[in-house]
Design a protein around this ligand. Structure first.
Ligand SMILES: [Mg+2]
Length: 283
């Protein structure tokens, strides 16, 4: 095994939020100082979240409450990436919005008119999580999709954590509509798909981004599929056994116990230095 480490200078750090920066309302220990140190070195910190229900400003407000100097421009949500996917298909018009405030606001930012019911003027469907989404919303989406309109899902997370336990996530509600219409969404914005990270890279103008996350099958897979380096932190859902069984795009470039490794700006801890050496030597 080589003891060589790779000291890549990353111009933009893309952070997943839950399990990396915060858990529920509270900051992950050490995360605030590590991000502050990166910002003070001139590294752009951008926060990418599959959570579609909150607006970018609401997420930024939460980050500022924790002591992280973030503006709405530093936050990319799956609703915003979803609105971009709709803009690739239709230029303007009324979009059936299923989801919380984050879904509605992201559509407005992109120049669409979010509407709660389907009619002849509706041009597309965007489906994301919102705590008040109900049967009538899923029925409207079903009518619109069966009429042939493009259908974009913000993300397919099957579950979401709540203070009372695990609850159905957007993927479960997308599954209900998919059963009714007999097909899957035309596109999905959130990780592990590329749209969310591409939106963040485009917005920040990143040349050498690093994706930082706590989930192998979303954060690390999204970075791996795009061919950008990834850092897994063990402050969230992934344990040692999960890491040991990772394959393909879900194998992170770097692994660290927590975000303290980005604080100095030095070399990051390679997940498998021997593997890196083999790649360099073409073996
Ligand atoms: Mg996470």
């Amino acid at each position: 095994m080589s003891d060589e480490v790779v000291n890549l200078e990353h111009d933009v750090l893309l952070f997943d939020l839950d399990g990396v920066v915060y858990v529920g309302p509270n900051a992950v220990p050490g995360a605030v100082d590590a991000i502050a140190a990166a910002v003070s070195r001139g590294v752009r910190c951008c926060f990418v979240t599959n959570n579609a229900s909150r607006t970018a400003e609401e997420v930024a407000h939460h980050l500022r409450d924790l002591g992280i100097p973030a503006s709405a421009d530093d936050v990319v949500t799956s609703s915003q990436a979803g609105a971009s996917l709709i803009a690739e298909r239709v230029a303007t018009g009324a979009v059936l919005a299923v989801g919380g405030r984050g879904v509605w606001e992201a559509l407005r930012e992109r120049g669409f008119t979010p509407v709660p019911t389907f009619d002849d003027a509706t041009v597309a469907v965007m489906q994301g999580y919102g705590p008040d989404v109900g049967w009538r919303d899923l029925a409207e989406a079903t009518f619109a999709i069966r009429a042939g309109l493009p259908w974009i899902a913000t993300n397919l997370d099957m579950t979401i954590p709540t203070p009372r336990g695990i609850a159905p996530g957007n993927g479960a509600l997308v599954g209900a509509v998919a059963t009714a219409v007999g097909r899957r969404p035309d596109a999905v914005a959130g990780k592990p798909g590329p749209a969310l990270l591409l939106e963040a890279i485009q917005r920040t103008g990143a040349a050498r981004p690093l994706m930082i996350g706590d989930r192998l099958d979303t954060d690390i897979a999204a970075g791996g599929r795009l061919g950008i380096p990834t850092l897994l932190v063990m402050t969230g859902v992934c344990d040692e056994a999960g890491l040991a069984s990772a394959e393909g795009d879900e194998v992170p470039t770097y692994v660290a116990k927590h975000l303290g490794c980005i604080e100095s700006g030095g070399a990051l801890p390679l997940h498998d230095p021997g593997r890196w050496q083999r790649v360099k030597e073409g073996r």
